[in-house]
Design a protein around this ligand. Structure first.
Ligand code: LLP
Length: 421
């Protein structure tokens, strides 16, 4: 459920008409709903009720300061994967003890900054990285809390580019080698082993892969405890999928996911961490764009928008489906017609949808891409020298620009000219 609904024939974000935001900030833009963000966070938090737990929002999904602050104030921790994300989390007021540092290639500088600024734990992804974390901790006279990310060799049954839990993927250490790696970790004086981490992929639409992975984590917990390690925290990653279409086969709900966690891992008495990103932010955001031209091709009509692949890359990159709706609600009974919906970038890949049925649209009409809150704005670029599009946050009947659209001068002035020119 989200808070983008039609009222009297017009699409609203909570209590604000989308057309009012478009008039104020211009198009294209991203808009997020505070109520939806909070609702989704709470679904996870409630799903783990009764267990010692922390929901660490995977901020790679949408990392605007205002979004982070909204979630942090509700009690969320953060999962970060770079020095930049760590700084963003701190700047939004998240205390170090609620920040988890994931990611396959943490540099010594990033590790140093996190240790100095405070960190809940590092999720170690390889043995060389473990050695570096140890060395940096010793250099600072500190002890770094760690989990080791194990790769359970489970098929997440999702798009190949976002599956991470098979042995051919670059993530974690093979679960078969865990014993050896934990023994090495325990011998390093700069590290304190506190638990196990796993993340098998994103946009999972079934519980079965989670069940396979978490069952392996439960067995590993008992094995490592028997080997003398004090395993007391389990980080279970993110990955629960969202409905991108309006069909009935929606992915499992957070409450079902929570029940699975309790079933597979509840008996171990560990503190549980999860790192959802997409489910918190995905359906809490729209990308709004305007039709510039309707062009009749030989065998099809094109809707040419002012938004493009640089603003929302998911369709071009993952063949992702986004529901696209007219901001002015189509009149009942109006006949839909197929359009190829494209942006102005000079690549055929700049296509959002082919043969998509839409009500008849005209230049100037507003349309909205649904489920664009996660991996939308954060993956945008300025390709074709198109400015990064603004982000807007709605809270009941108020809205605020939470990132401005840069001017052309600001973009150009980021470049510097060498003295010989
Ligand atoms: N934890 C780790 C270690 C991750 O790598 C990820 C996502 C998450 C948590 C959050 O997963 P989520 O709950 O959002 O599924 N750009 C792609 C998705 C990339 C996901 C990368 N890792 C897309 O647009 O579909």
């Amino acid at each position: 459920m989200d808070h983008f609904l039609y009222r009297d024939g017009a699409l609203y974000a909570e209590d604000v008409p989308i057309s009012e935001i478009a008039a104020a900030v211009g198009t294209p833009f991203y808009v997020y709903s505070t109520a939806t963000l909070l609702r989704h966070f709470k679904l996870f938090d409630d799903a783990l009720d009764g267990m010692d737990h922390l929901v660490c929002y995977a901020m790679k999904a949408a990392s605007n300061q205002a979004i982070l602050k909204t979630l942090a104030q509700a009690g969320a921790g953060m999962d970060v994967v770079s020095g930049g994300e760590y700084q963003r989390a701190k700047a939004a007021g998240v205390p170090g003890e609620k920040i988890v540092f994931s990611g396959v290639g943490k540099t010594a500088d990033e590790i140093r900054a996190a240790l100095t600024g405070g960190i809940r734990q590092f999720n170690v992804e390889s043995e060389p990285e473990m050695e570096v974390i140890n060395a940096v901790a010793l250099e600072l006279g500190m002890v770094a809390p760690i989990t080791v990310r194990v790769n359970p060799d489970v098929d997440a049954k999702t798009h190949a580019k976002i599956a991470t839990g098979k042995s051919e993927n670059k993530f974690g250490i093979p679960i078969s080698r865990a014993s050896e790696v934990y023994a090495r970790a325990a011998s390093l004086p700069g590290l304190e082993v506190i638990g196990i981490d796993v993340h098998i992929g994103s946009q999972l639409t079934e519980l079965e892969p989670f069940e396979l992975a978490y069952t392996k984590v439960a067995e590993l917990t008992e094995q490592l405890r028997a080997e003398g390690h004090n395993i007391r925290r389990l980080d279970l990653g993110g990955g629960l999928g969202i409905p991108y279409t309006r069909s009935n086969d929606a992915p499992p709900l957070p409450v079902e996911y929570g029940a699975l966690i309790k079933k597979t891992l509840g008996h171990l008495g560990c503190e549980i961490e999860i790192e959802p990103g997409r489910l918190i932010a995905g359906n809490a955001g729209l990308m709004v764009s305007r039709v510039i031209y309707v062009k009749s091709g030989e065998d099809r009509d094109f809707l040419i928008l002012d938004g493009a692949m640089n603003d929302l890359i998911r369709p071009a990159m993952y063949e992702a489906y986004h529901d696209i709706v007219a901001v002015q609600e189509p009149k009942a009974g109006v006949e839909q017609q197929p359009y190829d919906i494209v942006g102005p970038v000079c690549e055929s890949g700049d296509t959002f949808a082919k043969g998509r049925n839409m009500p008849p649209l005209e230049p100037g009409d507003l349309i909205a891409f649904r489920s664009a809150g996660a991996y939308g704005a954060v993956m945008a670029s300025e390709y074709n020298s198109r400015p990064l599009i603004p982000e807007v946050l709605v809270h009941e009947d108020q809205f605020a620009v939470i990132r401005e659209r840069p001017s052309f001068d600001e973009i150009i002035n980021r470049d510097t000219i060498p003295t010989w020119l």
